[in-house]
Ligand binder design. Sequence first.
Ligand SMILES: NC(=O)c1ccc[n+]([C@@H]2O[C@H](COP(=O)([O-])OP(=O)(O)OC[C@H]3O[C@@H](n4cnc5c(N)ncnc54)[C@H](O)[C@@H]3O)[C@@H](O)[C@H]2O)c1
Length: 333
Amino acid sequence: MTKLALFGAGRIGQVHARNLMAMQDMKLVAIADPVPSPGREDLLARSQARLSDAEAVFADPEIDAYLIASPTDTHEWLLRQAARTGKPVFCEKPVSLDFRKVIDIAREIGSAGNAVMLGFQRRYDPDFLHVKEEIASGRSGKVQHIVMHTRDPSPPPVSYVKSSGGLFRDQAIHDFDMTRYLLGEEIVSVSATGACLIDPAIGEAGDIDTAMITLRSESGRLVQMINARHAAFGYDQRLEAVCEKRVFYVANQPATNFISADIQGFTSSRPMSDFIARFAEAYRAEMDAFRALIQQGKPPLATMRDGVEAQRLAEAATLSLELSRPVAVSMVD
Ligand SMILES: NC(=O)c1ccc[n+]([C@@H]2O[C@H](COP(=O)([O-])OP(=O)(O)OC[C@H]3O[C@@H](n4cnc5c(N)ncnc54)[C@H](O)[C@@H]3O)[C@@H](O)[C@H]2O)c1
């Protein structure tokens, strides 16, 4: 039986905990979350885990691995403590809002030798995996360009926006990661523009809610990303990968496949309500991969290095927006 400790019993911590609790050979034994909430109490009751704190968790020799799903500004310290134990750790993205700290902690945990997995669940989504496999097979020739759309169903509260690190580090980081994953090479230049067109309070908090980002890869392939905090119909997440001989699409997913039709036309379901519903299967597969990492040392699809490189692109996009011009990714260090 593998014994785990969870940091953060909030929105995403609950998703991971539910998936782990469905596995017979994984046991959540400790939950560290200093803020009482109905979600935390419910999870404690369902998992039979004990309420703990970080010091007690890291001192406990019985705990085999850690899952960090607490707010971003806690990740760095928790990762440093985990590094001292050498045990496997899953950490949600982003690692830190301060890129220098991301690099430092990646180095520290790299030399400590912990097995680390980063929370880029989209890599485990069956449709995105299918596109990856098709591209990697080479059957359809080289990728020429990729287009990605990510729109939230509604803007997050301004309190969240203020601590999120901004649209690029918080939301678009998944698209930056997917770009590197699908192309199988690094991005060398980023051109980002953005505006506050949805919620003026987001602009007052110093962020943007709508962005268009163009990327160029080492071998000259192009990516266009569109990121926004609202779509009138709900969650919107789509991809087109244009290869020499074939184009791959990942369509937006409906909540149900029920369609009714009459002489007026067709009515179909609304889309999935949010990313938690849309990527439910990916989150499950992600925890399966974490189990395989802990129990068999099987490398995960998303590593600490992927966390560093996706965030490097978010930093480059931030710089490009500030300077109103394309920037070389090598400017970020
Ligand atoms: N990969 C994804 O799809 C995804 C989705 C959502 C969030 N995230 C990331 O996960 C992290 C958590 O986001 P969330 O939306 O679940 O936030 P949340 O606010 O819903 O939950 C955070 C939880 O951590 C607890 N907490 C606060 N300080 C803590 C500490 N020092 N130690 C332990 N727990 C502490 C809070 O009480 C809360 O219960 C963020 O880094 C976010 O970027 C990733």
